[in-house]
Each structure stands twice: as structure tokens, then as C-alpha cells.
Design a protein around this ligand. Structure first.
Ligand code: OXD
Ligand code: MN
Length: 603
């Protein structure tokens, strides 16, 4: 195969990696439909992919991963900076040289018996000045087809790169070489102790080994667009955040742009595609997971979505929770670890209806019946809780017409949040940018059943919803936010904190979904100075229940949602203080000031 580039650095890197990993052949990808179809046909042939019913789910495929390879592995994810302090207390750290020696050992001969694909891709519209070019080398055809949807894969990327353009090298291997005649497994991968998702932010380099799943393997997403980009952005004066971006347009046509950060699986995709219940107000989606933001010439902060698709959590996605996500994966989609029904469509738990035909093939590739119990009497789920759909953003019926505008959209509002069943009210507004940074830095959720090993801790802090994605020290991360505020001055977005998840016993008090648009509208009205707010110790909050007008919402529920329980907050503040202390002398002074101010307001 001829080499479609003259970029010296790229050619040399591909040669060097091929010499180390010894693939059977090297395939340069062009992102074409022909390439996609060819790889899918090959994977159907080997049994890795299942072609879905063309009438029900045109041009779509399902995959089942190995049961040991179902999610990002944070315990095997590393930020390898020269000093441990530069990675900070929230990241796993290994000395970069030491890690490279270990990983070179693993990479040696690891692509034996497999092709190595070279994927040139752009995060962000190709050629835009905020876009970043990456090249992923991988031995996984599953990665290639997913990258087609999630990033912009094309020969045009090589044209932009030219003879000496810079790119971010992203090396990936499933870590499962094939001996001659050896039968491949359906989902090749390496055991967990050999998995490494390694980042070298000081040299913009990504090395991933041993996993074929999601963010471990589609290196444009969490690895490049968050971990490497956050570090690069800090050096260059921009930000990479774990945020959805949406446009909210009022009946007069005025557009507001909102960027919101919530921890993984807290409903970012649902909020990004919200069906507004506020008459005349409309939501359009710009992105559902990642925002890159840079101050523009007018001094405002402009955001783009660097991705081209959605890699959404399937379970819970239904006509009620997110019809727009369902529409986005109605064709040309890839599903991983869902149920494949008897008539070759897909199904997952909480999809809003029973599994057609009563069962199918579950995520472990076994025959499965809905309601089936295991030996302990527990219901066997058909789809893995972290099963995913890969869908093209352009198929989303509410995708914003400007979602690919290289200039981005000006952000008016930042929203932070987490899942708390009590204490944290539905919405409150920061008095100023600095308090907003405090809110983002101390965003927290109650641990889920999966994290009960946290002992006595009642809260998990997840600064800016970025804990697993920060490419540098979390204290410096907070400082970067303070610095951005100074740069933006009075053009800085307003900052709010929301909690959709307060409960009364098992019942969620706030209905959520489309009704969340009421809260977004209140924020827009605050931006315009159209509605009053009351000052409370924790921030500004909506006056009485204007926000629920026209809704059948009991006054006592509203009161519960809006209650500021000072005692409970004092406890939260102490927990925050303890959490923040781990950043030591990297904790910005301004964070300590905010803590003290909040304590004083709480009395
Ligand atoms: C994701 C995540 O996949 O945050 O988006 O884990
Ligand atoms: Mn995410």
C-alpha cells in the first residue's frame, strides 16, 4: 500500500512503531464509506460483529466485548509527567521513562498476525484553528469504525498536516498477538494487570495497551480531547472540559449557550438533547461530552465540540428520557454490549418497553430471556450497565445548525452538578466567578452501590467532573479556572450549580427530563437580569415558585428542593475542606478564601 503522506515525522513514527509491534501489514485509513463497509464485513465474517436487521436498523452493527473489558479502567490510567507533583494527587503516576520501558516490553511484537491501521483524524472541524490533529495507530478494526463516527477521519487531515505539520501520536494495541494458525478470540484484549492507558502530557503523546473498549481505545476522546488537551490548553490559554454544550433559544429568537459538567453517567447526553417544556423555548445540541473553549476577539469565551459523534450509555435511554438520542442511533450506528433481539435489533434495560420476543443474545453473547434469574435469584441483565451506542452527531434531529462552526459558540452560562439525594438544592447561582470555581472544584456525588468500598465517606468529590480526565495537577486545574476568570473579566459566563436528584424515599422530587428546561430558563433570565433571586449562604436562589408555574408541583416539594440546611451544608463544607487539603501547596489561595467565605456565610 502506498503511503498517502510526505509528513516526515509521521512516516518515521509509523515505521518505528511497526518495527516494535511487528504487524502483518500496515493499512492507511481514509475514513471512506468503502473502508467502513469493508471492515464491518470482515468483522461480521470473523464473528466479532453482528449485522443488525437492515429494515429496522439500517447499516448498523452490534458487538460484544470480553466480559473483562467493559469500561474505562481508571486504576490503569496514568499521567506520566516528569514529577509526581505535576500529575497531582488525583492521578496515577509513573515516571515517564520507566513507564516507556515497561510498555515497550509489552508492545514488542504485540501486533503480530494483525494489521496495523493508521488513522489520521481531526478533533474539531478539519482546518479550524482550535482543532487538533491526531494519528491513531491501532490493531483493532473495531476502533477504526468507531473513530469514523466519533472523530473526523479523512485524507484531508493529511493534507492539512502537509510535510511538516504537528500531530498528536496516539498508539493503541489490544495486546493480543496472533501466532500463525491461531484462532482469534471474538474480542481480543489483555488481562487487566497488563492494561495501560498512558499519557505523556509534556510531549503530547498517548500510549494505550490491552483494552479495546471505549475511552481506553478510541484515543481521540478522553485521552486526547480531555487529558492531553487539558494540559495543552493550560499551556496555550484555552480549556478542555468534560461538558455538554447546548443552545437554548427563546421565543424572540435570542440564543443562549450553556456548557454543563456532570460526572460520567449523570445525564449529560439527556440534558444536551433536552425537549424543552417551556413554551417557545427550544434546545439544540452542540455536544454531549466534551467542550474546548478559547477566548475570542470580543473577549467572550467560545466553545466547540471536538467530537463528531455520541458514545452514549445505552441503558436508560428511552423515548421518555431521550428520544433524540434514540433517533440518532436509528441507523448507521454501532452498539456495544447491548442485547441483540431475535429479529436482530437491539434492546437494553429501561428502553421503555419489554424486549421484543422476550429475549435474545445478551452482552456476554449468551442466549438470554428477559426476567431470567441467576443462581442467587437476582435478575440477569441483558445489556451491560455501561453498554454504549456510537451514533453520528449529524443524525441527531436537534443538532444545532452551527455545531461545526469552527469559530464555536459564545458561552453565557456554566452549570456544574452531581447526584445528591438530599442537601444540595435544585439550583443555585454563584455570587461571582470565584465562587463558581469553588462550586465546580467541590462538585460532588453520593457514592453509588458500586463504590461502597469508600468506607465512611458520604461524598465523592469530582472537581469539574474531570477527576478521571485531568492531564495535570488538580490544584493547578483550579488555578487555571481562576486565571480564565481574570482574563474574561465582566465577559465571563455566569456559573450555576444544579442537583436534579433529591429524593423523598424512593421518589425523585423533581421530575427532571424536559422540565429541567425550566431551570435553564431561570438561568437565562438571571443572565438578562429579568428575575430576582434571593441571597442565601450558598448562593443566589429562585424566589418562590415562579419556576414551576403551570406545573402541577406541590409547594411543599418546592420548599424541600430549595431548602438550605445550614447544618448539613457545614458538614459538606468540612468534607470539601478535607478533600481539598490533599492538593497541599498546589491548592490555590483563592480556593481557601472561598472556603472561608462560605463558612462565614453559614455562620
Ligand atoms: C464517557 C465517560 O464515556 O465519561 O463519556 O465515561
Ligand atoms: Mn464523559
Amino acid at each position: 500500500m502506498s503511503v498517502p503522506t510526505k509528513n516526515k515525522k509521521l512516516i518515521a513514527w509509523v515505521d518505528e512503531i511497526a518495527a516494535m509491534t511487528t504487524p502483518e501489514e500496515i493499512i492507511w485509513c481514509d475514513g471512506s464509506v468503502e473502508e467502513y463497509d469493508r471492515l464491518m464485513a470482515q468483522m461480521v465474517e470473523t464473528g466479532m460483529a453482528i449485522k443488525l436487521n437492515e429494515k429496522k436498523r439500517p447499516n448498523s452493527y452490534a458487538f460484544n466485548s470480553d466480559p473483562s473489558d467493559v469500561a474505562r479502567v481508571e486504576s490503569r490510567t496514568y499521567i506520566a509527567t516528569k514529577t509526581k507533583e505535576d500529575a497531582g494527587p488525583t492521578n496515577n503516576w509513573i515516571d515517564p521513562e520507566e513507564l516507556k520501558v515497561t510498555m515497550r516490553g509489552l508492545y514488542k511484537g504485540c501486533m503480530k498476525g494483525r494489521p496495523m491501521y493508521v488513522i489520521p483524524f481531526s478533533m474539531g472541524p478539519i482546518g479550524s484553528d482550535i482543532a487538533q490533529i491526531g494519528v491513531e495507530l491501532t490493531d483493532s478494526p473495531y476502533v477504526v469504525v468507531n473513530m469514523h463516527t466519533m472523530a473526523r477521519v479523512s485524507n484531508k487531515v493529511l493534507e492539512v498536516l502537509g510535510d511538516d505539520g504537528e500531530f498528536i501520536p496516539c498508539l493503541h494495541s489490544v495486546g493480543s498477538p496472533l501466532e500463525p494458525g491461531q484462532k482469534d478470540s471474538r474480542w481480543p484484549c489483555a488481562p487487566v494487570e497488563k492494561k495501560y492507558i498512558a499519557h505523556f502530557p509534556e510531549e503530547n503523546l498517548i500510549w494505550s495497551f490491552g483494552s479495546g473498549y471505549g475511552g481506553n481505545a478510541l484515543l481521540g476522546k478522553k485521552c486526547l480531547a480531555l487529558r492531553i488537551a487539558s494540559a495543552k490548553g493550560r499551556r496555550e490559554g484555552w480549556m478542555a472540559e468534560h461538558m455538554l454544550i447546548l443552545r437554548f433559544t427563546n421565543p424572540e429568537g435570542k440564543k443562549y449557550h450553556i456548557a454543563a459538567a456532570f460526572p460520567s453517567a449523570c445525564g449529560k447526553t439527556n440534558l444536551a438533547m433536552l425537549q424543552s417544556t417551556v413554551p417557545g423555548w427550544k434546545v439544540e445540541t452542540i455536544g454531549d461530552d466534551i467542550a474546548w473553549m478559547k477566548p475570542g476577539k470580543d473577549g467572550r469565551l467560545y466553545a466547540i465540540n471536538p467530537e463528531a459523534g455520541f458514545f452514549g450509555v445505552a441503558p436508560g435511554t428511552s423515548e421518555q428520557s431521550n428520544p433524540m438520542a434514540l433517533a440518532s442511533c436509528s441507523r448507521d450506528a454501532i452498539f456495544t454490549n447491548v442485547v441483540v433481539t431475535e429479529d436482530k435489533d437491539v434492546w437494553w434495560e429501561d428502553m421503555g418497553y419489554d424486549c421484543p420476543g422476550g429475549g435474545g443474545i445478551d452482552w456476554k453473547n449468551n442466549p438470554w430471556k428477559q426476567g431470567q434469574k441467576d443462581a442467587d435469584g437476582n435478575e440477569v441483565k441483558g445489556a451491560h450497565p455501561n453498554s454504549r451506542f456510537t451514533a453520528k452527531a449529524e443524525l441527531c434531529p436537534v443538532i444545532c445548525p452551527d455545531w461545526e462552526d469552527p469559530a464555536g459558540v459564545p458561552i453565557d452560562i456554566f452549570v456544574f452538578g452531581g447526584k445528591r439525594t438530599s442537601v444540595m438544592p435544585l439550583v443555585h447561582e454563584a455570587y461571582d466567578w470565584e465562587q463558581g470555581v469553588y462550586m465546580g472544584a467541590t462538585a460532588s456525588s453520593e457514592p453509588t452501590a458500586a463504590a461502597l468500598d469508600l468506607g465512611n465517606v458520604s461524598l465523592r468529590f469530582d472537581p469539574f467532573a474531570m477527576t478521571p480526565f485531568m492531564g495535570y495537577n488538580g490544584g493547578d486545574y483550579m488555578q487555571n479556572w481562576f486565571d480564565m476568570g481574570e482574563k474574561l473579566g465582566d465577559k465571563a459566563p455566569k456559573i450555576f450549580y444544579v442537583n436534579w436528584f433529591q429524593k423523598d424515599g424512593k421518589r425523585f422530587i423533581w421530575p427532571g427530563f424536559g422540565e429541567n428546561s425550566r431551570v435553564l430558563k431561570w438561568m437565562c433570565d438571571r443572565v438578562e437580569g429579568k428575575v430576582e433571586a434571593i441571597d442565601t449562604p450558598i448562593g443566589r436562589m429562585p424566589v418562590d415558585n415562579g419556576l414551576t408555574e403551570g406545573m402541577d408541583f406541590p409547594a411543599e416539594d418546592w420548599e424541600r428542593l430549595m431548602k438550605v440546611d445550614k447544618d448539613a451544608f457545614r458538614k459538606t463544607v468540612l468534607e470539601a475542606e478535607e478533600y481539598l487539603s490533599k492538593f497541599g501547596d498546589r491548592l490555590p489561595k483563592k480556593m481557601t478564601e472561598q472556603l472561608e467565605k462560605l463558612k462565614a456565610r453559614l455562620g
